[in-house]
Design a protein around this ligand. Structure first.
Ligand code: PEP
Length: 252
């Protein structure tokens, strides 16, 4: 099981350090059976790295530019993220696609750059409400997988994580039902097997208003391997409770 916290554009320096150290403390027993990742804003990566240094919690970034160095004002390269200690990088989050017009092809470049620098992309895919209502959810997610993973090959399953995040469930308090999420996860699983072969066990996370009180039902679905957590990851107790639900599911 795998649980990652996306802190988005929240926290100041002190709050980020405090949150990271609380996450380390509260998830300590469960981080033996769950991969626990925190993704703070880029400017706090170094401070958070200091807090997670001697723990099982690992560091992720929320975004990356698909190039190593150059005249790209304001951007952060995979080399820089690797240098500051990131193991994971979220790519193609729906907020990036929606507010920054990131295309499937651009997301695919990011995936390749992250992998080239031996970090693991957490590739986010998910349909809007309009797309779901028009019965296009699988078409959209299939297209995002093709754009994000075209030209990618795997040597082992740890090189990639996919997060299914229906846009209508992110930050809205409205979660996909466990059955809705499971159906899409099964579709994604089949797509990944067709693409890479059955030997790679790529974790598929669900994201979209996961909270301590709905995590157990979601994580008990056969194709849900954990969660990408937004709002609830800003509260160490809530995040740790979600990690505990993942650990309980892993132990079952
Ligand atoms: C997210 O932004 O990745 C997310 C899942 O947010 P929330 O948990 O707040 O819906």
């Amino acid at each position: 099981m795998f649980v990652a916290g996306n802190w988005k554009m929240h926290t100041d320096h002190r709050a980020a350090s405090r949150l990271a150290s609380e996450v380390v403390r509260l998830t300590e027993p469960d981080a033996r059976v769950v991969d626990v990742v925190v993704c703070p804003p880029a400017v706090w990566l170094e401070a958070v790295r200091e807090q997670v240094r001697n723990s099982r919690v690992t560091l992720g970034a929320q975004n990356v530019f698909p190039g190593e160095t150059g005249a790209f004002t304001g951007e952060v390269s995979p080399l820089m993220l690797k240098g500051v200690g990131c193991t994971y990088v979220i790519v193609g989050h729906s907020e990036r696609r929606q507010y920054f017009n990131e295309s499937d092809a651009f997301v695919g470049e990011k995936v390749k750059q992250v992998m080239k620098h031996e970090m693991t992309p957490i590739l986010c895919v998910g349909e809007s409400l309009e797309e779901r209502d028009a019965d296009n959810a699988e078409t959209v997610v299939g297209r995002q997988l093709t754009g994000g993973l075209g030209g990618v090959s795997l040597k082992h399953g740890n090189q990639l994580v996919v997060a299914y995040e229906p846009v209508w469930a992110i930050g809205t308090g409205r979660t996909a039902s466990p059955e809705q999420a499971q159906a899409m996860h099964a579709f994604i699983r089949e797509n990944l097997i067709a693409r890479f072969g059955a030997e790679y066990n790529v974790p598929i996370l669900y994201g979209g208003s996961v909270k301590p009180d709905n995590a157990t039902d979601l994580f008990s679905q056969p194709d849900i391997d954990g969660g990408l957590i937004g709002g609830a990851s800003l509260d160490a107790e809530s995040f740790a409770a979600i990690v505990r639900a993942a650990a309980d599911s892993a132990r079952r």
